[in-house]
Ligand binder design. Structure first.
Ligand code: SF4
Ligand code: SF4
Length: 195
């Protein structure tokens, strides 16, 4: 099989994908969703970005998500009662790549990454020095969070802060994004058995 990796070097919302996910070693006859059984968690910057560029997705997440304190500050966790992510289907994720939270955009499991370029792990680490990470920290520092915090208050915060965010990211050139592609012939029986 020809394993393919694509890195989209979006200066604001970078992403990595591989066709190995469509033949994930974790799939079985009952479930073909790879690692998308976990809860995607949208941080404040994700929410502001979605509010500005994907308002329908924003509304869906706000309506169904659960507010948590996560690895990236205050977040909306999007599963609540389901046994898989609501955005996954047999052919992958239905969301646009730049609408995804950082983990979904940048995580490639080690069993797949072993067939790709070494730069994959660096791309994930780069998130923690990225503009979007800094902006997310900034939004968290401005949010007043207490035990009475509600989705309504979260929505008010996002609507109020979104124009400031829009101004901050408006100078970032996201047109004609540089894309890196890597291809490698692999023996599919090795997938999931080399580590
Ligand atoms: S990242 Fe790895 S575990 Fe997740 S779907 Fe892709 S191949 Fe499967
Ligand atoms: S949002 Fe998409 S990539 Fe993330 S867990 Fe759900 S289906 Fe998978």
């Amino acid at each position: 099989m020809l394993a393919e990796f694509t890195i989209i070097n979006d200066p604001l919302r970078p992403s990595i994908c591989t066709n190995l996910c469509s033949v994930c070693y974790r799939n079985n006859e009952h479930k073909k969703i790879g690692c998308c059984s976990y809860e995607p968690e949208f941080c404040l910057f994700d929410l502001a970005f979605l509010y500005l560029y994907y308002p329908d997705i924003y509304e869906l997440i706000l309506k169904n998500g659960q507010i948590i304190k996560g690895y990236n500050g205050i977040m909306l966790e999007m599963k609540t009662g389901l046994n898989q992510c609501p955005f996954v289907c047999d052919i992958g994720c239905v969301l646009p790549k730049d609408a995804l939270p950082p983990l979904c955009r940048l995580y490639i499991c080690r069993q797949a990454a072993i067939f790709g370029p070494a730069i994959i792990e660096e791309k994930f680490d780069e998130y923690f020095s990225s503009k979007e990470y800094q902006l997310n920290n900034l939004l968290n520092s401005k949010l007043i969070y207490d035990q009475d915090f509600t989705r309504h208050r979260l929505h008010n915060f996002i609507t109020e802060i979104s124009q400031t965010v829009n101004t901050m990211i408006s100078g970032i050139n996201r047109i004609n994004l540089p894309i890196e592609s890597f291809k490698r012939e692999i023996n599919i029986v090795d997938f999931g058995s080399l580590l």
